[in-house]
Write a protein that binds this ligand. Structure first.
Ligand SMILES: Cc1ncc(COP(=O)(O)O)c(C=O)c1O
Length: 479
């Protein structure tokens, strides 16, 4: 039977055509000394739009398999069929078959758009350059002698940095630890990855918050983990829901971001924190406490970490320098029972032989400096101002359009668009207006929500960005 594209398949038709031609070149269906069929012919033959064939040939050209010249059509590349008869591997097939999952296309799109300078970027969850300890770090580099180790360091991370983290978490988070119960990672992201890879098995069921920090979702999928989501209310997840879920699915791990949660900004209430710890002890389910934001509190509310309340060793605690200093340090840490930390350190050594010693040295200088307190005070005060500018801008431009509750710390504001909107149309329109944010559907299951990060933009950008967003909401709901 003659080949034709399957228009119902999940695979894009242009990709099917590209693969068909690639296969045809390999098996001689398309002889090397003849031009390939013209775009028009193929479009007619398969009843497709010509642009689909152009995209297929474009992909083959990008992979070096074909050459396209104006006027003389498409021919098989001389380089692959030259004297040496060297074949170019079929990279497309490799790209698609790898077991590690790519990000969602919409997440990839947002990341690409965020690189464009002209956008007001409410999407990237990090601090602006002005809020980072830029000057201090430059001073350290120019005035201090590097005392770190330039060779491979200890698999758990530099001992000086781990010793500083022991003091840091004791002073700021009420957590008691030892250098041997700490592993330095490449940000909290790698910490989560290591935990999933080393402590869970395919088929295991875990709980995450809905919505939640979504960049870990493809990691769960790649590892074959079943993910169950628990809705985040005003005070975080409901502990009773956790028990119900455990009874049905034998939950193996709970991932929580209890303090100024990304994206909702909620603070898990003290009662709920205690209750969840009790459930963890009763059923023996470990908790992964992801805590990048607890130092960024704008009020006197209780922000004690689960780890500081955990007397049985049920919590693996994860944090990093990303939201309190700079994302580019890529310094994160896990605190937990020593055998667990050693297991994770062994895996980290297999992945990358440990974190950069220069970055660890700088991170240590910063964390142990007398400047650290001053930096955190300034950071909190600036972030609070930025949050307030965002709320003022909402009142000015979006008064009737969105519902939100003011976060009491952290860097994200989570809001709900009151009109019926199509989430993806709104994002497209916002991009046209020059503003970008994280759509709620990339972070969980709730429709009509947006996460706006006020940490990476200044007051003027916040006002302009919210105004652009208001235009996008109006235009996209009239479409
Ligand atoms: C809750 C949460 N966990 C982990 C991360 C990862 O941060 P990093 O790897 O930069 O420390 C983020 C970043 O946005 C986050 O919000």
């Amino acid at each position: 039977m003659e080949w034709k594209p399957d228009k119902k398949s999940k695979k894009a038709v242009y990709k099917q055509i590209a693969e068909y031609i690639e296969q045809g070149i390999a098996d001689g269906t398309f002889p090397i000394d003849k031009p390939l069929p013209s775009e028009r012919k193929l479009a007619e033959k398969y009843r497709l739009n010509r642009s689909t064939i152009v995209a297929a040939y474009g992909e083959l050209e990008a992979n070096g398999l074909v050459e396209r010249k104006k006027g003389s059509g498409t021919t098989i590349s001389k380089d692959i069929w030259g004297l040496t008869k060297k074949r170019i591997p079929s990279w497309n097939r490799y790209i698609e078959r790898g077991s590690f999952q790519p990000n969602m296309p919409v997440v990839q799109r947002i990341r690409k758009e965020s690189e464009e300078e002209h956008f007001i970027n409410f999407a990237s969850g990090e601090l602006s350059k002005e809020l980072m300890p830029d000057e201090y770090i430059r001073k350290v580099i120019s005035t201090r002698e590097f005392t770190g180790n330039l060779g491979y360091d200890h698999p758990q991370g530099n001992i000086d940095l781990r010793t500083t983290i022991v003091e840091h978490v004791k002073k700021y988070k009420g957590i008691m630890s030892q250098p041997n119960s700490i592993l330095i990672t490449s940000g909290a992201q790698q910490a989560i990855h290591l935990i999933i890879e080393c402590l869970l098995k395919p088929g295991d069921a875990v709980v995450i918050e809905d919505p939640s920090y979504s960049y870990s979702l493809p990691i769960f999928k790649s590892a074959g983990i079943q993910v169950f989501r628990l809705s985040v209310g005003k005070n975080g997840i409901n502990p009773e829901d956790l028990i119900d879920l455990h009874k049905k699915h034998q939950i193996k791990m709970i991932f929580l971001n209890p303090i100024f949660q990304n994206p909702t900004g909620t603070l898990l209430s003290h009662y709920q924190r205690k209750k969840i710890l009790d459930i963890s002890s009763e059923f023996g389910i470990p908790i992964i406490e992801d805590d990048p934001y607890s130092l960024l509190s704008f009020t006197e509310d209780d922000v004690s970490t689960l780890k500081s309340l955990d007397h049985n060793g049920n919590v693996l605690y994860v944090s990093s320098l990303t939201k309190i200093a700079a994302s580019g340090f890529r310094i994160g840490w896990i605190i937990g029972p020593t055998p667990v930390i050693e297991r994770l350190a062994d895996a980290k050594q297999q992945f990358d032989f440990g974190h950069s010693t220069i970055s660890q040295w700088l991170g240590n200088e910063f964390l142990r400096s007398s400047y650290f307190d001053e930096h955190i005070q300034r950071l909190k005060s600036e972030l609070k101002k930025q949050r307030d500018v965002m709320a003022d801008s909402f009142r000015e431009y979006l008064r009737e359009e969105v519902d939100y509750s003011l976060p009491k710390g952290g860097i994200h504001l989570w809001c709900h668009v009151k009109r019926e909107i199509d989430d993806f149309k709104l994002l497209e329109q916002a991009i046209k207006e020059g503003v970008i944010y994280a759509p709620g559907l990339t972070l969980g299951t709730k429709k009509g929500y947006m996460r706006l990060t006020y940490g990476r933009v200044n007051a003027n950008q916040i006002r302009t960005g919210v105004k652009r967003l208001a235009t996008a909401i109006r235009k996209s709901s009239n479409m």
